[in-house]
Design a protein around this ligand. Sequence first.
Ligand code: T1G
Length: 685
Amino acid sequence: MTAITTIIESPIALVCIDNPPVNAAGHDVRDGLVAALAELAGNDAVQVIALYAAGRTFVAGADIREFGQPPKPPMLPEVCDLLEESVKPVVCVLHGTTLGGGLELALGCHVRVGITGLKVGLPEVNLGLLPGAGGTQRLPRLVEGGTALTMITSGKPISAEAALEAGLLDALVDMKPEEAARMAAAQVLEGTLVPRVTADQPNRLGADDLDTFRAKSKGEVTERALQAAEASFLPIAEGMAAERALFLAALESDAHKGMKHAFFAERAVAHIPEAGAETRDLTSAGIVGGGTMGSGIATALLLAGLPVTLVETAAERVAFARDTITENLKGAVKRGKLSVDAFEATLGALICTTDIGALAEVDLVIEAVFESIDVKHQIFTQLDQICKAGAILATNTSYLDVNDIAACTTRPADVIGLHFFSPAHVMRLLEVVVGKDTAPEVVATSFKLAKRLRKVAVRAEVCDGFIGNRILSHYRRSTEYMQLDGAPFEQIDTALEAFGFAMGPFAVSDLAGLDISWATRKRQAATRPAAERYVDIADRICEQGWFGRKTGKGFYIYDAGTRRVNSEVATFAEAERASKGITARRFSDEEIVERYMAAMVVEAARVVEEKIALRPIDVDAVFLFGYGFPRHWGGPLQYADITGLATLVARIETYAQEDAHYWQVPGLLHELVSSGRRFADLNKG
Ligand code: T1G
């Protein structure tokens, strides 16, 4: 199949791009366009060229898979220039999600016609890049400066209507791209659509625009994009050269490597062994438990258009759940995730009841009750008796054994873990925990549900904590050890926030509730290895009834929207050091980050080694979409590859001299280092 097809309907020529799934501007597309333009330039029977694309979208950008590979000319800037230099006017029809290099191709054309429903944008900053095919030079010559800089630095697309309003589009029509191409070409011939060379238009960027955006610039990626836009004040050829140099520098940055990895991580996790299985219909859902999680999950399902029946144990808890969901939906309206008009209908699809029999006909039930295996056994025994054949019975447990829960039903093949992350209607991660008897179509249906919820589903096998919480419970201890050994907890938080985490680990614990982790530590006490260092500081805090944000006091003190250090924590730390004969020492921020990340990589490697996660990239996705991992690092195992596995092994072996139990190099890490491979090499499997 050729990526470019030319249809001559003199005096019009239609040039169609067909490169599924998103018409990425890969080498075949670029090469084909250059050949088509050369052929049409010499065809006297053709007076106007109309460029459009087949499939669901016009070009959605450069082919990201080519980045990091040896360049294969013609490169995209050259193709955009050839379009612009064409003596015969070129019309471009934009539809679907015309992004990045796709929009840059359109900017090189002389007329742009949008199809209703179109979104256009320059998302390159989301990949740690900047528009690299003339976008920073041509866009400010079509739209006013603030709009151009917003599109370039935010990476967010705008609607077709906004693009028409801003002057990016010359027309907006409601028809198929091929029809629009014919119509627009005819209108150029009759003079109702007037071609213009973008590069010849006056630059509408003002120096004050740059100052405004510099004031709110967020780091190297945005700054590089602004430098490119600033070059649009130069003569166009110089501006283009400046943009290209900045783009090539961005391609070499760690930020780009991490963010490109994050882009593919979000998609790679959908490639599971059960992907080809038949899926079951999901037209209705039930939730057991209307607490924060149950209400959040109900909200997510309602927002995805699924009617929900939520069951609670008593009238007042039913009322609490309904109120919580109502507030969640109001928040969704505020965030622009739900239209005002749709609010009533969405809430109207919710039934809250104390009658568990109301779940008899639903296609899916998600249990979200207290983390007690006895309570879950009781509920799943009831669901097994009540629910129709073929209903999927899911548990939202965050660490209990899905196999144990499935075993108390007569249908273990229909039981699965759907581990949502709080707030469930906001966080994108969904761990899909597959029991030993879970049917493939139940797994595949769960992934279909995740896509409908616009969540990132990651497949996990059963173990304590599955992927994320298992790794968290390990690396969290590295911070407790550093605190005990002398690092103030607030320094640890600040160092890790500077590394890129949205929130430091101690602030996260306060947010999650210190009583939760306290209960976990008590649950694990009986089986805790004698060789494992145990830090009592958090227990001392909990014994005061200080459970973090929910009680106004934990590691920090919370009042009137402010947060400050709880100075009593240092007292507890000093007391514990004294009781254990530990002399406090200083830690640099760099050492704090290195230890924290080394601990995360150790347990992540074990999770891959034990096949709890399918691939390293699945672990990366868990942390990117569920734990606020800095996107520019791409995830803990991408960080490990960028840092160097041999470097990490050396660090772990150094730390092991002080605590050989906690700091052990996983076999997989040794194996990768000795075979000269990286975690990325395991993603291809
Ligand atoms: N390159 C290569 N593959 C891509 C791709 C791209 N640009 N976009 C999507 N894919 C693959 C994706 O990996 C998946 O593959 C399949 O297509 C469907 O994608 C020079 C330098 C367009 C909104 O950043 O935002 O242009 O997993 O599942 O949900 O200045 O894809 O099935 O094997 O996401 O319908 C700028 C990135 C590039 C757009 C469609 N463009 N893509 O979403 O499908 S840099 C982007 C998206 C650039 C120039 C610069 C979304 C989408 P697989 P999907 P979707």
